[in-house]
Design a protein. Structure first.
Length: 443
């Protein structure tokens, strides 16, 4: 059934790509073609209209000046200005009727251009009647010239509006090109996303079937197993039991019977740890694992002076037992419930502690991930990892992050003291940033 739906999905994807992409390209090309047609039909009459309008005003001023002072110089100036105006009007009319203008000719502009051109002969005749010393002789010319004020002004206004529209059309064209490109990219990205999702669905389906087959195979095997998280929690409980029993055992020197019972509790906790490791398939126990020892054994020798140790563990019982054990070893301790809390504390006080003892498997951030973050900051003090399954912590990662000690939970006071005494004598390292992410394998 899944393969059938998968083939249908592939078919619809092919249809969508075959239809949508050409349609989008065709629509974009048609839109840009229409805009380009509009832009190619540019009008060149704008400045001709402005020059004609300016020549008109200069001619009108010359006519007024002649009426005030009807001498030969004023008449020559009037004729010169009129000749300039007369030369501008035909240019205006020809530009409006130029190549490509048939698509965009505005009726009002064409009418005003024709009116201006038709008025020129009459203006020439009336200007020929102007006489030196007769101010009133130029009055008919001035009145006829005045009739061209509104048409010329309207032409300038309309042509400038067309120029503004043309500029906006250019901006629209640039925007259309950009929008068309983004549209095409979006369609291609969508098609790639759909194809990627189909491939990912296939991959997930294969992984699911493979995992399902592995689960069925494991279920068919007679040997039992304990999930890593359960083993971790169980060993934390055993660590708290053995730790508190060992602490009480040293306080009952005058009560041998009670000391013997507490010793038996510790021995049972060690046997419980071995049982968990056996169920989980752990044939070998790494160095640092707890061993049952007489309670009266001497405590291991630590470097002179009280060591300042930061203890990081999310389990409150195991954390308290370990804290009391460290204090019994004459160490000054501070505790954190998570790797994030420890990182925040060490960010403010990086030299406050001589070494760190941290649980490996904690929520959100493992002890190895915390060590990676500290080494990336340049933290060079020793770090000890405690784990119920130390064999699951990759040795290459421990070496790369320079983890100085590894101890198996639950542990005895002697095993803990010997590990601390060994790493406390190590020299402080210089900065060496860690790279890469650290996995969560093991418990």
């Amino acid at each position: 059934m899944f393969s059938r739906w998968q083939r249908l999905g592939d078919l619809w994807l092919a249809i969508a790509i075959a239809v949508l992409v050409p349609a989008a390209i065709f629509g974009g090309v048609r839109t840009l073609d229409a805009i380009s047609t509009l832009l190619l039909d540019e009008r060149s009459a704008t400045w001709d209209a402005v020059e004609a309008h300016e020549a008109f005003h200069l001619t009108r001023l010359a006519a007024v000046h002649f009426q005030l002072s009807p001498d030969a110089a004023a008449l020559d100036d009037l004729k010169r200005q009129f000749d300039i105006f007369r030369s501008r009007v035909p240019t205006l009319a020809n530009a409006d009727a130029g190549a490509g203008a048939g698509h965009r000719t505005v009726p009002r502009i064409a009418a005003n251009s024709k009116l201006s051109a038709d008025t020129l002969p009459r203006l020439e005749q009336e200007l020929a009647l102007a006489e030196i010393g007769a101010a009133a002789s130029v009055k008919p010319f001035a009145q006829t010239l005045e009739t061209l004020e509104d048409p010329l002004h309207e032409m300038v206004r309309l042509l400038r509006s067309q120029d503004d529209m043309r500029d906006r059309a250019r901006e629209l064209s640039r925007g259309a090109w950009v929008a068309g490109g983004f549209l095409l990219l979006a369609i291609l990205a969508g098609a790639a996303l759909i194809a990627g999702n189909i491939r990912k669905t296939r991959r997930l389906r294969q992984l699911y079937e493979r995992e399902r087959a592995a689960q069925l195979e494991r279920a068919s095997q007679p040997s039992a197993s304990v999930p890593g998280g359960v083993a971790h929690d169980f060993n934390n409980i055993l660590a708290a039991i053995s730790g508190f029993a060992a602490l009480l055992e040293f306080d009952l020197d005058d009560k041998p019977r009670q000391r013997h019972m507490l010793h038996q509790i510790g021995t049972a906790a060690d046997r419980g740890k071995e049982l968990v490791q056996s169920i989980c398939g752990d044939a070998a126990i790494t160095a640092g694992a707890a061993v049952t020892e007489p309670a009266a054994a001497d405590a291991p020798a630590l470097p002179a002076g009280a060591l300042r140790i930061l203890l990081v563990d999310d389990d409150p019982l195991a954390r308290e037992a370990l804290e009391l054990t460290l204090q019994k070893l004459d160490c000054e301790t501070a505790v954190c419930e998570s790797g994030a809390e420890a990182l925040a504390l060490l960010h403010d006080e990086p030299d406050l502690f001589d070494l760190i003892v941290t649980d490996y498997l904690m929520p959100n951030m493992t002890g190895l991930e915390m060590a990676a973050a500290l080494r990336a900051r340049g933290f060079g003090k020793p770090i000890i990892l405690a784990s119920s399954r130390p064999q699951d912590i990759p040795a290459c990662e421990r070496d790369r992050l320079e983890v100085d000690g590894l101890i198996s939970k639950p542990f005895t006071e002697r095993a803990l003291g010997e590990t601390i005494g060994r790493v406390a004598r190590l020299p402080v390292r210089g900065p060496k940033p860690a790279e890469g992410r650290i996995g969560r394998s093991g418990s």
